[in-house]
Design a binder for this molecule. Structure first.
Ligand code: TRP
Length: 364
């Protein structure tokens, strides 16, 4: 597919730029919503937003499932749109179609000690959780370097993510600082916030972790995750929501037992019941064991979740069975992403003395 180049979206220099993304691993769930997507929807009117589908990263562990990766990439966009990301405001784009990201990944890999990459706790955790053992591909640790390029290619100031991504952000900040120090003469003592002002190509970006960085699954134990079978999906029906919320494990025996409001169920109360007065009331009665059963709280939680999901179900319908419309949205978003990423790449190459002559790739 040719990539069309459109002008970057910057409408005013006062609109800070953010970038974030997801590896397409299946349809999105409430953990994605509270951990990151909700924040994106809030930010999109006041920020210049880039949302990346990390489809190349999906190959780190699923190279033999290219068909699935393609399907999941489309599906995730459908979920974004359902959740309220507006493609007229925000660029939704494919990592695989932005060549500047791949080029910057190679360059940034030179700035990171190998052992530093391997010490990234998110990678170690994934090796453990996914049972990768010693068998992971070279590309697996490389994806963490790639993620620094995803972010820096857009010179994003902020990156809304879940808590588990914070180590990747830390690495990104290191790459930005090092690049600016080595190639742009920025002092080692410079404050992060001053790097661009002092001539650095890259801002040192900040992680913006959602209020509930990590939503527990309906098993009441593990982080919500598709592979653990403890997830509530954005596309679940109202009935399924009631069924799944009913399963949230608390271990409490009776409505008169003083309950622990730190439990999994109350994480959901906090995350989804929007009336603070009602939340306070529920917590008060629950903690005192004032004749309030888990079953009752669960019904209120399920209703709150359904209130949240109902407009999403409606929006989803527009794109159901319409992959063509999704591809068009990706094509447009990717062309906007390329305009900016090519500009960043040119600046980075000039700084690294790689700017031999102006290059114009015919992207589209
Ligand atoms: N690693 C992220 C995840 O699995 C996805 C991702 C890729 C990302 N590139 C990014 C997130 C850049 C934020 C910024 O969810």
């Amino acid at each position: 597919m040719p990539i069309r180049i459109a002008p970057p979206m910057t409408t005013s220099p006062s609109r800070p730029r953010i970038l974030t993304g997801d590896t397409p691993t299946g349809t999105l769930h409430l953990g994605h919503w509270v951990g990151s997507v909700k924040r994106r929807v809030e930010l999109q009117s006041s920020h210049e937003c880039y949302f990346l589908i990390a489809n190349i990263h999906a190959f780190t562990t699923r190279a033999r499932q290219a068909d699935d990766i393609r399907r999941d990439s489309i599906e995730i966009v459908r979920d974004y749109l359902a959740m309220g990301i507006d493609p007229a405001q925000s660029a939704i784009f494919l990592q695989s179609e932005v060549p500047a990201i791949a080029e910057l990944t190679f360059l940034f890999a030179m700035l990171l000690p190998f052992n530093r990459v391997m010490r990234n706790p998110t990678l170690s955790e994934e090796i453990k959780v996914k049972g990768l053992g010693e068998q992971y591909s070279f590309g697996f640790p490389l994806y963490a370097v790639g993620q620094t390029a995803d972010i820096l290619a857009f010179r994003a100031a902020g990156v809304p993510v879940g808590e588990d991504q914070v180590p990747h952000l830390e690495m990104t900040r290191e790459v930005a600082r090092r690049f600016n120090q080595i190639f742009c003469g920025v002092s080692e003592h410079a404050e992060d916030a001053d790097h661009e002002k002092l001539g650095g190509v890259f801002p040192v970006p900040k992680a913006d972790v959602g209020a509930v960085g990590r939503l527990i699954g309906i098993d009441g134990v593990n982080k919500m995750s598709k592979s653990l079978g403890n997830a509530i999906f954005i596309a679940d029906s109202a009935k399924e929501i009631h069924k799944k919320v009913g399963k949230i494990f608390t271990g409490r025996q009776s409505p008169s037992e003083p309950g622990n409001i730190e439990n999994a169920l109350f994480q959901y109360v906090d995350a989804f019941i929007t009336d603070p007065v009602r939340v306070a009331e529920l917590k008060d009665r629950y903690s005192r064991g004032d004749n309030i059963g888990d079953g009752h709280v669960k019904v209120e939680v399920a209703e709150a979740i359904n209130t949240l999901l109902e407009p999403m179900r409606e929006r989803r319908k527009q794109y159901e069975g319409n992959d063509g419309a999704i591809i068009e949205i990706l094509r447009d978003g990717t062309s906007r992403a390329n305009a900016l990423a090519e500009e960043t790449l040119a600046k980075a190459k000039t700084a690294a003395k790689l700017g031999y002559f102006p290059r114009r790739l015919a992207l589209g």
